[in-house]
Structure formats: C-alpha cells, structure tokens
Design a protein around this ligand. Structure first.
Ligand SMILES: C[S@@+](CC[C@H](N)C(=O)[O-])C[C@H]1O[C@@H](n2cnc3c(N)ncnc32)[C@H](O)[C@@H]1O
Length: 271
C-alpha cells in the first residue's frame, strides 16, 4: 500500500499532542521524519493511506492506542548499562541495605524497564549477593508503558548488540544465568521467578500502592518536558521507602527541577 503525502503541519501537531496525552513524551516538529518512519509499517498493515486517517483511528478507536504507544516509545537499553551504577549497587547499596534491613525482602522497581535488560542485570546481582548472604531475598517489579516491549522482557530472549556486550563484560554470568535459545540467549527461570511485569504509565499512581527500596528510573525522564518530569518524580517518590535510593540515567540531572529528592552522588538520589 502506498502512503500518500508526508505529514502535514496540522496532522503532525495533532499527533504530537496525542503522543503527549497518552505517554507524556514531549516531541517537537523536528520529529516529523521519525514519526513518519515509525507509523508507516502500522498504517501499511492496516491499509491506511494517509497520516490524517491514522490520526482519526487513534482518536476514535481505543483499541489502537496501545499500538500507537508501542510505536512512539523508544526502547534502547543494555545489560549493565552505565557500569558505575552497577558497581554502586553491588558494592555499596546491597551491603548497606543488608546491614540495616536484613530480615526483610529487598523490593526493587525497574520503572521504565523496556525489554528487561536492566531488571535481569539487577536479578543477577541479587542472585550473586544471595549466594554469600543466606536469608537474602528480593523481588523486582518491572513496568513499562509499552505492552509490546514488556512481552520481550517477559520472554527474556536476547540477541544482537545486547548479547555481544554481556558476553564480553560478564562471561561467567552468561554461562550461569542464560541458556542458548530464542534469538541467542534466554534468561533462566531462576531469575524470572523473582520478577513481576506490569504495564504502567509513570504519569499515573502505581496501584496497588507499594514502597520500594530501590527504584530505577533511568533514561525515561529525558523524553518528558519539565512539567511531566516533576510529575513522574513526585509519583515515584510516593513509591519509595524512607531509606530508598532512586537511580536516574547518566544524562538525567534533576538539579533544576522542583522536587524533594536529595542528591547523594551522580545519578543517585534519596528522599
Ligand atoms: C530508553 S528506555 C530505558 C530503558 C532502561 N530503563 C534503561 O535505562 O536502559 C525508555 C522506556 O521508557 C518507556 N516509557 C516512555 N514513556 C513512559 C511512561 N509514560 N510510562 C512508563 N514508561 C514509559 C518506554 O516505553 C521505554 O521502554
């Protein structure tokens, strides 16, 4: 199917408004080519020939909204992304948590989990910690707004760049925590059994209300404008225990925002 003219300015601004309404993501007119590239395969599959007609469908057919969300979100991630964060979790956060909270379960939230590399990186660290700290237990809630990407996290099957990197950085853990399968490697059930996956929009309160010891909110604030960044941070704070840590992405600084977090070190905040 041939898709006629490109995005008109009016359709583009209506689509940008819909992206913001459904995901909080702030796009601007410079994203026109990106939006066209992302929407086109879906439009072809639905045999919709114009961007205006696809816009009408998203506006009037609720069943299309999850597909639209899948298309407009950016899901880049890696195992052990930003190694200094994982050094901090392994060598400082976990031992300190154990000293003060031993006897409780460690509750972790990977709040923009994407395809799951972040949550399984954390699960591997927890398994290793458990091996030397009998009685240690943990649970990870992994959420994302995109159902499609959560299905990838649920399958736990990885290939390509993601797997090349972990083969080099953690060869021993690849042997221990993965099996050959799927696209290349499949996470073993021993990790999956500690994980709960849920579709969740960070601009809404997490239900049921829970308090976590560690919250990963990495590489998602960059997609929001200041108003939505502050809203997401305010909501995340409600889900943190008094001693909890919030971990942000490498390029995400919240110094200029109106929030009640306290800076601890680069990327790490307390409430
Ligand atoms: C670039 S990935 C980050 C993955 C991982 N945290 C990391 O740092 O490698 C951003 C993720 O945020 C999700 N996302 C975007 N807007 C969201 C929202 N309003 N609520 C929840 N997740 C959202 C996207 O679907 C995407 O999977």
């Amino acid at each position: 199917m041939n898709i006629g003219a490109g995005l008109s300015p009016a359709t583009l601004s209506a689509l940008i408004a819909l992206v913001r309404k459904h995901t909080g993501i702030a796009m601007n007119e410079r994203k026109s080519v990106l939006l066209e590239r992302r929407l086109r395969p879906r439009m072809q599959a639905l045999e919709i020939a114009s961007y205006q007609a696809y816009l009408d469908k998203v506006e009037h057919d609720r069943a299309e909204i999850p597909h639209f969300i899948d298309l407009v979100t950016t899901n880049d991630t890696l195992f052990f992304r930003t190694p200094q964060v994982w050094d901090y979790v392994e060598h400082e956060f976990l031992p300190a948590w154990w000293d003060t909270q031993r006897g409780r379960r460690l509750d972790i939230w990977s709040a923009a989990a994407s395809s799951g590399e972040e949550l399984y990186s954390m699960a591997m660290l927890c398994e290793e910690f458990q091996a030397t700290h009998p009685g240690f237990s943990y649970r990870i809630l992994a959420s994302d707004i995109s159902r499609q990407i959560l299905a990838v996290a649920r399958a736990g099957e990885y290939g390509g760049r993601s797997v090349e990197r972990i083969h080099l950085s953690h060869p021993e853990w690849v042997r221990k925590y993965f099996k050959a399968g799927g696209k290349g490697l499949r996470v073993v059930d021993a990790l999956k059994q500690h994980v709960e996956l849920a579709q969740h929009n960070l601009l809404t309160p997490l239900k049921p209300h829970r308090q976590f010891d560690l919250v990963f909110l990495r590489n998602v604030l960059i997609y929001f404008d200041q108003e939505h960044q502050e809203a997401v941070l305010r909501l995340a704070r409600h889900s943190m225990a008094p001693h909890a840590r919030l971990i942000l992405g490498e390029s995400e600084s919240i110094g200029g925002l109106n929030t009640a977090y306290r800076y601890e070190r680069p990327m790490i905040y307390t409430i």
